[in-house]
Design a protein around this ligand. Structure first.
Ligand SMILES: [Zn+2]
Length: 255
């Protein structure tokens, strides 16, 4: 168990390194496959020995070897976070399909969180891929049925689309983008029906609290649009790990 967890963690670091490429290139409309990694400042290709997750960043003290331009601390943070999440998923997933679902959910949410925070977009390449992956893996899952997965995608995407539609009719402004709708479809396909509902609740509560805190700190108004995808990403990962516990607490509270 422990040696396997270490291997999973190493693969998590490598996948995190790829996520950094996705986070940087997808919103800029660049290919994630070609060309190979290069410094965003000077364009120098990054050598394999300078591309080791976390360690290279530490060794080069967060700077490009060629031009010394600073390299964002986001790179090692994304790599480490992804590795920790993959190990945590591995330790709780009952089978390969549930590990794959959980690992995909965590990595996709990590990338979507970083992209939404900076660019306020949620790329289809991630969300629509996630819907397909979630539905396909549900046939091999030990924790969610294909019915729950299809219902989750429908509830997630359909429910949020309805809320966004009504909100627009009521306020005459666009509150949520279609990106959020597709992201919720992805979360529903990967978590199932009950999971996506919990993810939305957690995202709404945390988003409202942060919004309220900003208003109280006079850093924003009630109209300040927060990137909802950031909160959805956090809510979905929290729901993956703690949905059973939250359902238990909810039942206990109403006994
Ligand atoms: Zn450089």
């Amino acid at each position: 168990m422990i040696p396997t967890a270490v291997v999973v963690g190493l693969f998590g670091l490598v996948a995190g390194s790829f996520l950094n490429v996705v986070i940087h290139r997808l919103p800029r409309g660049e290919s994630v496959a070609f060309p190979g990694s290069h410094c965003p400042a000077c364009g120098a290709p990054i050598r394999p020995y300078d591309n080791v997750p976390v360690l290279s960043w530490l060794f080069l003290r967060g700077r490009c070897r060629v031009c010394r331009a600073p390299i964002s601390v986001r790179y090692p943070v994304v790599e480490l976070t992804n590795a920790v999440l993959w190990v945590a998923v591995f330790l709780r997933a009952p089978g390969w399909a549930d590990f794959a679902s959980g690992a995909f959910l965590c990595s996709a949410c990590l990338a979507l969180l970083a992209i939404d925070a900076e660019f306020r977009i949620l790329p289809d390449r991630i969300t629509l891929t996630g819907i397909v992956v979630g539905l396909a893996l549900s046939f091999f899952s030990r924790v969610r049925s294909p019915v729950s997965s299809f219902a989750g995608a429908a509830i997630g995407a359909g429910g949020l689309w309805l809320v966004a539609f009504l909100y627009e009719k009521w306020k005459k402004v666009e509150g949520m983008g279609l990106g959020d709708v597709k992201m919720l479809g992805m979360i529903g396909a990967l978590l199932g029906a009950s999971g996506v509902i919990i993810a939305v609740l957690l995202a709404s509560v945390s988003g409202s609290l942060v919004g309220l805190a900003l208003v109280l700190a006079r850093r924003g108004s009630l109209q300040t649009a927060l990137p909802f995808g950031v909160f959805l990403a956090l809510g979905a990962v929290a729901a993956f790990f703690w949905a059973p516990l939250l359902i238990e607490l909810y039942r206990g509270g109403f006994r």
